[in-house]
Design a binder for this molecule. Structure first.
Ligand SMILES: [Zn+2]
Length: 161
């Protein structure tokens, strides 16, 4: 086996005194304490968000969204929100609560989508919930079916049916 020294690891040379920069103490340094305090604040903020929006999963630090354009006139026609931690319709609804401000601001038909039901099959079906302007029943949709939905919404948008 090829043993590599990890970068940054100090080697004590023979006859040379061990340098004091080598950390041997398990006591927390000031930086450690600061990092812990920061982590504490982040976790507190997470809990606050989880409670505020009644999330059935841990608070996502970021929520990915995409805006889809009309295939005819390129105007924005739909907002898609990625509910990465959602496992069911209740989880998708939680994402809708979490992104309610954005949904209102965007004022486009908005959908929340869960990760693919089978994580190994990215082209497989994923649970989709339309949440704006009115909430509909959730259903499973595959990426090609989503593309089809965008085409349909585009036709409706530009009245090319
Ligand atoms: Zn259009």
């Amino acid at each position: 086996m090829n043993k590599k020294q990890p970068a940054g690891k100090r080697k004590t040379l023979p006859g040379k005194k061990r340098t004091t920069t080598t950390r041997r103490s398990n006591r927390l340094t000031r930086d450690d304490m600061q990092a812990l305090a920061t982590l504490d604040r982040l976790l507190e903020e997470d809990r606050r968000i989880e409670q505020k929006y009644n999330l059935p999963f841990r608070s996502p630090r970021q929520v990915a969204t995409t805006v889809h354009c009309c295939t005819h006139c390129q105007k924005d026609i739909a907002l898609l929100i990625f509910g990465d931690f959602a496992k069911d319709a209740a989880g998708l609804e939680a994402y809708a609560r979490l992104t309610a401000d954005l949904i209102q601001r965007t004022a486009l038909p908005a959908y929340v989508i869960a990760p693919p039901s089978n994580p190994g099959d990215l082209d497989g079906p994923a649970l989709l919930l339309k949440v704006y302007p009115s909430q509909e029943e959730s259903y499973f949709i595959t990426p090609p079916e989503w593309e089809e939905l965008i085409r349909m919404l585009s036709d409706e948008h530009c009245q090319q049916q």
